[in-house]
Design a binder for this molecule. Structure first.
Ligand SMILES: *Cc1c(COP(=O)(O)O)cnc(C)c1O
Length: 405
């Protein structure tokens, strides 16, 4: 594929992935953004920083995570040999901690002792509260009121960890509004405060930096599959909210033309305005919360309402690198609906003894629906980005045996 080589050299110095990305922030934030960019540049080449990061990833977070052969599910679906990258086994229960430990070390280097973050499903809030406690920082988490209700367990965890969780009631009271509040706080408290953004989104350098902190997922998976199967996978599949777990898995394989990559967005109740969060299904180019990318908006540019059974995928825009990879034809983007996701959750629970996060279950649902597209000797790796403990109340509300097919 033409342009394949440059894929791994992006973004450019101004944070552009082709026509996407960049820095769209109020002037008051520019000094903080610049400070962060320079600090990250220095840190990534600093052996002491890297050593501390690697130590935390290993001993505090639990890396490397296993690459697990899902033998019974493979047999049941009758398609490819399916492996799970077990990010659900990490400390705090999802991939989010990879980025949180990286950014808390940067905050320490910058002398910032107050940490703020937004959270949707609460997983990023928990990861942030965790590293803030570990490094003795004050921590404030902004969370939509609707999300606080559907993710009560994670709210309690954040509070136990010493974080203040501030409910956001504006608009849809979900992730987008929580990000607005976090940005507002940052503008006000920028000298003392680091904004620990939770996905591969926002103004440069966040999309690049968050990607880099998650690249370890794909680097490990590539090594592991070569060791187990002596070959590369036919495909990688990951769910896409902002896009951090997906780019984390994909990145190390971008130069392998034989490896197909599929990002799975939230199809919600179906692809109609207001009923889903699949930005590549009817989305358009726009600017939201610091970056230029695909987003769900009407013809006047007003952001559309979104819906997903999974709070972590319920966001109107997608990280700019994914917009680029889609245009370049390197990654395919599909979606799974709420119903497919719930059915897949119960299926996996009973076949493999794993309760996956509803976000991750979108990736599993795609493989379940399309298993026959692969032959029995091909290998597919699914990113199991998190565990489903946080989702059990919500799933139970939909019925305990939604679909036992
Ligand atoms: C937050 C979250 C996601 C979605 O975020 P990305 O940045 O797209 O990875 C996916 N899975 C889990 C388990 C999450 O907690």
């Amino acid at each position: 594929m033409q342009g394949k080589f440059e894929l791994t050299q992006l973004p450019d110095a101004a944070g552009h992935f082709g026509p996407y990305g960049g820095v769209f922030v109020p002037e008051t934030l520019m000094p903080a953004i610049t400070e962060l960019r320079l600090e990250y540049e220095a840190a990534r080449h600093d052996p002491a920083f890297q050593a501390e990061l690697q130590g935390l990833l290993r001993d505090y977070c639990g890396r490397p995570t296993p690459l697990y052969f899902a033998e019974r599910w493979t047999e049941k679906l009758g398609g490819p040999r399916i492996y799970f990258k077990r990010e659900d086994l990490l400390h705090t229960g999802a991939h989010k901690i990879n980025n949180a430990v990286g950014q808390i070390l940067l905050a320490k280097r910058m002398g910032k002792k107050r940490i703020i973050a937004e959270t949707g499903a609460g997983q990023h809030g928990v990861a942030t509260a965790t590293v803030a406690a570990r490094f003795g920082c004050e921590c404030v988490i902004y969370m939509g009121k609707v999300d606080m209700e559907r993710q009560a367990l994670n709210v309690a965890r954040m509070q136990f960890l010493g974080a203040e969780v501030i409910p956001v009631t504006a608009g849809q009271a979900t992730l987008k509004e929580a990000i607005n509040e976090a940005m507002r706080d940052w503008v006000t408290n920028v000298r003392t405060t680091h904004y620990l953004l939770g996905t591969a989104y926002g103004p440069h350098p966040y999309p690049m930096m968050v990607r880099d902190f998650h690249r370890v997922i794909g680097e490990e998976a590539r090594r592991q599959i070569l060791e187990i199967e002596q070959r590369l996978p036919a495909a990688l599949v990951a769910c896409v909210g902002g896009g951090s777990n997906a780019i984390g898995l994909f990145y190390a394989f971008l130069r392998d033309p034989g490896v197909r990559m599929i990002g799975v967005e939230a199809g919600g109740r179906g692809i109609r305005p207001g009923d889903h969060a699949a930005r590549f299904q009817g989305g358009r180019l726009g600017v939201l919360q610091g970056t230029k990318t695909y987003l769900l908006a009407n013809e006047d540019g007003q952001i559309e309402l979104t819906h997903s059974v999974s709070a972590g995928l319920d966001y109107a825009a997608v990280g700019p690198e994914h917009s680029y990879l889609r245009d370049a034809g390197r990654v395919e983007y599909a979606f799974a609906t709420d119903d497919e996701v719930l059915a897949t959750f119960h299926d996996l629970a009973r076949t493999e003894g794993i309760l996956p996060a509803l976000e991750s279950t979108h990736a599993l649902a795609l493989v379940r629906a399309r298993a026959k597209e692969w032959t029995n000797d091909q290998v597919v790796i699914v990113n199991l980005s998190g565990r489903g403990d946080k989702d059990v109340h919500q799933i139970a509300e939909h019925g305990r045996s939604h679909d036992l097919l």
